[in-house]
Structures are given as structure tokens and as C-alpha cells.
Design a protein around this ligand. Structure first.
Ligand SMILES: Nc1nc2c(ncn2[C@@H]2O[C@H](COP(=O)(O)OP(=O)(O)OP(=O)(O)O)[C@@H](O)[C@H]2O)c(=O)[nH]1
Ligand SMILES: [Mg+2]
Length: 194
């Protein structure tokens, strides 16, 4: 009887927990995105001043609840010397958000290389991927089709994994909730495959 009741309790109240990695070059807007997301999804969270965010040395963690899912975000520093730490987190992740600075045409190939290296990892093989073309509030930034062209070499490495590319602005909050749809996708996929 206890087992039955505790099973029922868990079924009704316990949330499925997922770890979502937020990666991308330094200055892409990962921490801004995390703060914006925490503010949007957590009722009592008083968001920090987005203009006061400084470069991440190490990692920031944030948790939000979306329906029956609890998402734990790991936002890692994107500076070159910190990128070697990214793969330590791959095996534990259920979802991946890769943030691109759409205003930084000069570093687009550097971002593509970091992305390519990341998705080549076996540990991420079945992990669904959300690519955010960030800073779309800035006039004349690169569009999603421009970014898809710059990343076109990576198509075969993305393979059949679930991948969505979204324009957004972490600073203004435009489109930052779109990954909700993605969350539902990865829940289904991860339940089946991981
Ligand atoms: N205009 C604009 N600026 C943004 C946006 N998102 C982030 N920024 C700015 O870009 C800069 C870097 O943002 P961060 O969130 O610190 O970038 P990060 O990817 O976490 O960088 P690292 O921690 O160094 O890896 C900050 O000055 C932000 O205010 C955006 O959507 N639009
Ligand atoms: Mg950061």
C-alpha cells in the first residue's frame, strides 16, 4: 500500500528533471539568456540587472519549472581557455542550447568551429539541440538563414538529432521562451533514448 501511495504521489507531484547545457563563445549572451529565462519562468525571482552581467569564469546554474519538467541550466564560460571544460558536462546533459552572437560576423567561423567540435562528441549524440541566433534586436545583424549558411558544413554532423534554430534577443526577451516547444520535444526523445 505504501509503495502504491508513494508511487502515486511521485507520479502526481514529482517533476522530471533535466540538465540543459548552455554553450557558445564568450560574449554570445549565454548568461543574459539564463537570467532572462529565470526572470520569465520563476514567479518570485527578482532578476539581476542584465547590463551588470560580466564574463563567466566557471559556471552559472539556474533552475526553472516548466509544466511537469524541472530544467537545470548549466551556463558555462565561453572563453577559449574555458571551452576545454565543456566536455566534462556532456555525459550528464539532456538538452543543449548553443548561443550565437548574430552581430559578430568576424567570429562566426570561430563559433562554427566550437560548435562542430562540440557536436562531434559521442556523449552528445542523441541530445536535442536548440541553436539561438542571439542579439536580433541589433539592426543589421545576421539573420537565421545567414547563420545557417555559415554553419552549413555542420549539417552532416548534426545528423538526425532534433535541432531547432531560433532567432532571439536575450537582452529584450524577444523569442526567449520558444524553447518551451523544444523542451517538450526533448522530453519525448530523451525518455525514449536516454
Ligand atoms: N544587444 C544585445 N546585447 C546582448 C544580448 N545578449 C547579450 N548581450 C550583451 O552581450 C554581452 C555578453 O553577454 P553575456 O551574457 O555575458 O555573454 P556570455 O555568452 O555569457 O559570455 P561568457 O560568460 O564570457 O561566455 C553583454 O554586454 C550583454 O549585455 C542581446 O540579445 N542583444
Ligand atoms: Mg556568461
Amino acid at each position: 500500500m505504501y509503495t502504491l501511495l508513494s508511487g502515486l504521489y511521485k507520479y502526481v507531484f514529482q517533476k522530471d528533471e533535466y540538465c540543459v547545457l548552455i554553450l557558445g563563445l564568450d560574449n554570445a549572451g549565454k548568461t543574459t539568456f539564463l537570467e532572462q529565462t529565470k526572470t520569465k519562468f520563476s514567479k518570485n525571482y527578482k532578476g539581476m540587472n542584465l547590463s551588470k552581467i560580466t564574463t563567466t569564469v566557471g559556471l552559472n546554474i539556474g533552475t526553472i519549472d516548466v509544466g511537469k519538467a524541472r530544467l537545470m541550466f548549466w551556463d558555462l564560460g565561453g572563453q577559449e581557455e574555458l571551452q576545454s571544460l565543456w566536455d566534462k558536462y556532456y555525459a550528464e546533459s539532456h538538452g543543449l542550447i548553443y548561443v550565437i552572437d548574430s552581430t559578430d560576423e568576424e567570429r562566426m567561423s570561430e563559433s562554427k568551429e566550437a560548435f562542430e567540435k562540440m557536436i562531434s562528441s559521442e556523449a552528445l549524440e542523441s541530445v536535442p539541440l536548440l541553436v539561438l541566433a542571439n542579439k536580433q534586436d541589433v539592426p543589421n545583424c545576421l539573420s537565421v538563414p545567414d547563420i545557417k549558411t555559415a554553419f552549413s558544413d555542420c549539417a552532416s554532423k548534426i545528423g538526425k538529432r532534433d535541432c531547432l534554430v531560433q532567432p532571439c534577443s536575450a537582452l529584450t526577451g524577444i523569442n526567449t521562451q520558444n524553447y518551451f516547444k523544444y523542451t517538450q520535444n526533448y522530453r519525448k526523445i530523451n525518455k525514449a533514448t536516454r
